[in-house]
Design a protein around this ligand. Structure first.
Ligand code: AMP
Length: 218
């Protein structure tokens, strides 16, 4: 069982790499962003409370996301290992995750930081869309939706754009990343867990670097 954290700013490719690991290795992706979007679309109380915060690009409270992760880990549906995607995003979240792992007899094996230049993030995030059925990620310029309008993965015909993938929200999200999340790079370096991968490389090359780390060959 291998548990990892994917770290990196919005648009670095965390979700794309996590999906590959799910398909190729039977790991389980725990994305707090996906869980919060799900809470919103199913109209729960919590979903309503976080909607405006998310749209503006701010972080929701530590308490909410720690609760979501705790619930999933304690439920035990962790497959061949967990990929934490978009969590932790603050130092208190990182401490809470450490405590939860200890409590459940698990450990984080690697923290993989996907490094990408800021200008590229803006470009990546602004052209992004997702298959509503399976979550496959497309990009207007670099990976357009096929001409027949069907998802390459599942054949679905509905694609969505995230409400927060716009220039104003992205600026706030980037600032949140640098102010609140980037200290985790040093935090995990000090714990001897940090590995860095060039997130600007082609998707397959990034996946190969991630695989090498997981297989102890990187
Ligand atoms: P993401 O899909 O990871 O980009 O997350 C989308 C939005 O959900 C973020 O901009 C935050 O508003 C919220 N969010 C997701 N994960 C976290 C987290 N770990 N801590 C706080 N807010 C989060």
């Amino acid at each position: 069982m291998t548990d990892i954290i994917l770290l990196g700013p919005p648009g670095a490719g965390k979700g794309t790499q996590a999906r590959r690991l799910v398909d190729e290795r039977g790991m389980v992706q725990l994305s707090t962003g996906d869980m919060l979007r799900e809470a919103r679309s199913s109209g729960t109380d919590m979903g309503r409370r976080v909607a405006d915060i998310m749209d503006k690009g701010h972080l929701v409270t530590d308490e909410i996301v720690i609760g979501l992760i705790r619930e999933r880990i304690l439920a035990g549906a962790t497959g061949k290992g967990v990929i934490f995607d978009g969590f932790p995003r603050t130092l208190p979240q990182a401490d809470a995750l450490g405590a939860l792992m200890e409590e459940t007899g698990r450990r984080i094996d690697h923290v993989i930081e996907l490094t990408v230049e800021d200008e590229v993030l803006v470009e990546r995030v602004s052209g992004r869309s997702t298959c509503a059925t399976c979550g496959e990620v497309y990009h207007d310029r670099t990976r357009p939706i096929p001409g027949d309008g069907r998802c390459v993965n599942c054949g679905g015909k509905t694609f969505t754009r995230r409400g927060d993938d716009n220039p104003d929200s992205l600026r706030v999200r980037l600032l949140a990343y640098y102010k609140q999340t980037s200290p985790l790079v040093g935090y995990y370096y000090a714990k001897g867990l940090l590995r860095q991968v060039d997130g600007l490389a082609a998707i397959g090359d990034v996946a190969a670097s991630v695989a090498a780390i997981l297989d102890g060959k990187g």
